[in-house]
Design a protein around this ligand. Structure first.
Ligand SMILES: [Zn+2]
Length: 205
């Protein structure tokens, strides 16, 4: 008989050994985060207690980029969006995609994906609510943009997303309030964007 795990959402057959084994690892990843021991090539930009944040750039070793991609898959599982938040095999380009991973002990529990975007507009929150799209700013220099920001469900409401965003912004030399945001927003994502940019914000296209 097929059942759906109430915690990780996987459909599986508990009586099948293979299924049960697959469920165990899927469940642990979905609920506790991706197992990711610190490795020699980690580029740690923040460490405090059991928490650390690493950065993965287009020029990071492939093992680092693959890890970032696996965390991005976890993030996709938990959000309604079906686009891949990060692709480890993409060659470096002008977007200069950076991924920041947050870990607790040996589990990756959150990620931030940022890239430089040229096509932005300045949007107020009332305009956003009314679904009005202000005109694109012409000849605007590329602006660091939040593409994906995600923290594992059981680690939310600890300020981790904000800490991750601040660490990432500092690393690329941007101010959080002058970064752009890629729509769509999840509800907590919009709340964070509003907290960072109370009146107007850069909306990336
Ligand atoms: Zn499960």
């Amino acid at each position: 008989m097929t059942v759906r795990c109430p915690d990780c959402g996987l459909l599986y057959v508990p009586d099948s050994l293979e299924d049960a084994r697959y469920h165990r690892s899927f469940h642990a990843e979905t609920v506790n985060g991706l197992r990711a021991r610190s490795i020699k090539t980690d580029s740690v930009i923040f460490a405090e207690g059991n928490l650390r944040i690493t950065v993965v750039s287009p020029f990071s070793p492939i093992a680092q980029r693959r890890r970032a991609e696996r965390v991005a898959v976890l993030a996709n599982r938990e959000t309604p969006f079906d686009f891949a938040a990060y692709d480890a095999s993409e060659p470096p380009d002008e977007r200069d995609v950076h991924v920041f991973l947050v870990y607790e002990r040996d589990r990756a529990i959150g990620l931030l994906v940022v890239e430089k975007c040229r096509r932005v507009c300045r949007c107020s929150w009332p305009e956003w609510e009314a679904n009005e799209k202000p005109e694109e700013l012409s000849d605007h220099p590329p602006i660091w943009t939040v593409c994906m920001l995600w923290v594992l469900a059981r680690h939310r409401r600890r300020g981790l997303a904000t800490a991750l965003l601040q660490a990432g912004a500092r690393h690329v030399g941007a101010d959080v309030e002058s970064m752009a945001w890629y729509p769509p927003f999840t509800e907590p994502g919009e709340a964070l964007a509003r907290a960072c940019c109370p009146r107007t914000f850069y909306l990336a296209k």
